[in-house]
Design a protein. Sequence first.
Length: 74
Amino acid sequence: MPNSKKHFIREPEKKQKRKYCEPSGKNVISLRLSDDERQHLERIARASSKSHIDIMREALALWMANRRRLCLDS
């Protein structure tokens, strides 16, 4: 008696394509942080209710303003 179960060849599931979220700006910079630096950044973010991105932007703006004040940049 033949086997009554049908054998189906299972097609591989298609992976959902991730929707690409266009960044708000055109430039993206990647930064590597140590574990301690990351934890410190996260603590600052929680304490200030700001995102880590906003904190990094603020830090960069302060650094650039300080350089301008010291006449190191034009």
